[in-house]
Design a protein around this ligand. Structure first.
Ligand SMILES: O=C(O)C1=C[C@@H](OP(=O)(O)O)[C@@H](O)[C@H](O)C1
Ligand SMILES: C=C(OP(=O)(O)O)C(=O)O
Length: 431
């Protein structure tokens, strides 16, 4: 599908973005292992989370789902059954990697695959440590690419030092550890989004988090994990599209209501503040295990900044749209230490640089990020999402300030994480 977008005179709106993708995945994956039933509201009905539901159903988990409401009938840590077919994770890295950990300790055979993008993404980051813990799994390219084949077995606890700050790797190992025969201790780069830790603790799992280590003790009593009913907060990664839209537009005021403000996810807010954006946070509260609030951004000028180091895992999925902010800012922005961008749905260094260049931005790829000159005027053009949801939405935001019309090819990719994106896009322009 091609979507044509054009310059907006003004932007206004106050609305809730859909539920957090990371928490939605975890809400169904973890509750499938619970001893009892859980009700989830605010669930993200995006294609990625629907892949998680479909895979769980293939393993005998009963799940009722209607729009943003989900009921999961937990089967306990040892109640899943062998799927009779390959498990298709679609476009979702989170589904594939968390399931690989979860299935490593289940007593049956499973095969995990996905679409062409997912099958091209690196998996040794999970297969290597899982093998070290005793898992029996393999895949194409010596275990580095899906399809992955898992012959479930007893997982041994032990120590693993995480070489990359990845919540997917951390979560895969913790899920494998749940059915292990000894405690699992993770050290190294353990600081990344921490929804798994928060949720497992809330489900009664004995898990301790310190500055330099996470230790998980496999539950010894069959009442664990408890089911966890929850309301999923709005996704800050989705809200960032509107925060940037408002920040780069001279006549804008947009409020995103009930957005997750977990500090491991708010790097984009910190960067926009450092760039001089006019941001107000109100109504801060806790919902379940997560902090939330309302975020209002008003239009104004931005200046260039540096995005690197510890900030990167706190905003990795927001970099495509932050690049749009940087292209509209005065002065240079440098993104560094972000080689992980190259291992997402597309090589997001390459796709951001090629598509924003077509719109007149002046930016260059580096091995671990990009340098964006800033200050240039964007103009409409025909651009490609390359089937990547975050690239499609970042280009749509650029189109709000570009001169003339922008045509975005493969714009349907937004359904992966934000199925109502185009409705909200129309609303903020018409309000
Ligand atoms: O754990 C998660 O829910 C996610 C972790 C991040 O990936 P990495 O763990 O590969 O950094 C992120 O990019 C992805 O969109 C969701
Ligand atoms: C990288 C992403 O997701 P995943 O790894 O789950 O495919 C994303 O949503 O930007």
């Amino acid at each position: 599908m091609k979507q044509t977008v054009s310059h907006a005179k003004r932007l206004r709106g106050a609305f809730s973005v859909p539920g957090d993708k990371s928490i939605s995945h975890r809400s169904v994956l973890f509750n499938a292992l619970a001893e009892g039933n859980a009700e989830i509201t605010g669930f993200l009905p995006g294609a990625d989370c629907l892949s998680s539901i479909a895979c769980l159903r293939q393993m005998g988990v009963e799940i009722e789902h209607s729009d943003d409401k989900v009921r999961v009938f937990g089967r306990g840590l040892r109640g899943l059954r062998e799927p009779s077919d390959v498990l298709d994770c679609g476009n979702s890295g989170t589904t594939l990697r968390l399931l690989a950990g979860l299935l490593a300790g289940q007593p049956f055979l499973s095969v995990l695959t996905g679409d062409a993008s997912l099958r091209s993404r690196p998996q040794r980051r999970i297969t290597d440590p899982l093998r070290q813990l005793g898992a029996n799994l393999d895949g194409r390219d010596n275990g580095n690419r899906a399809p992955l084949v898992i012959r479930g077995t007893t997982i041994h606890g032990g120590n693993y030092e995480l070489p990359i700050a990845s919540a997917q790797v951390k979560s895969a190992l913790l899920l494998a550890g749940l059915t292990g025969d000894a405690p699992m201790r993770l050290t190294g780069k353990i600081v990344s989004r921490d929804h798994t830790e928060r949720m497992l603790i809330a489900m009664g799992i004995d898990l301790t988090v310190k500055d330099d280590e996470i230790v998980l003790y496999p539950p010894s009593h069959p009442v664990f994990p408890y089911p966890l009913s929850l309301h999923v907060p709005g996704d800050p990664s989705s809200a960032t599209f509107w925060w940037v839209a408002a920040a780069i537009h001279p006549d804008a005021e947009i409020t995103t209501l009930g957005v997750g403000l977990n500090p491991s996810r708010t790097g984009a807010l910190d960067v926009l503040k450092a760039m001089g954006a006019n941001i107000t946070i109100s109504n801060e509260r806790n919902e379940g295990a997560e902090p939330v609030g309302d975020v209002t951004v008003r239009g104004g000028g931005l200046r260039g900044t540096r995005i690197d180091g510890d900030l990167i895992p706190r905003l990795i999925d927001e970099i495509p749209v932050l690049a749009v902010a940087a292209a509209c800012a005065v002065g240079e922005t440098v993104v560094a230490d972000a080689e992980e961008l190259r291992a997402k749905e597309t090589d997001r260094v390459a796709t951001v640089v090629s598509e924003l260049s077509v719109m007149g931005a002046s930016l260059e790829a580096t091995p671990d990020g990009m340098v964006i000159a800033g200050g240039g005027e964007l103009h409409g053009a025909t651009v490609q999402s390359h089937g990547d949801h975050r690239i499609a939405m970042a280009l749509a935001v650029a189109g709000l300030v570009a001169k003339g019309e922008t045509i975005i090819a493969e714009a349907e990719a937004v359904t992966v994480s934000y199925p109502t994106f185009w409705q909200h896009y129309a609303q903020i322009k018409e309000a």
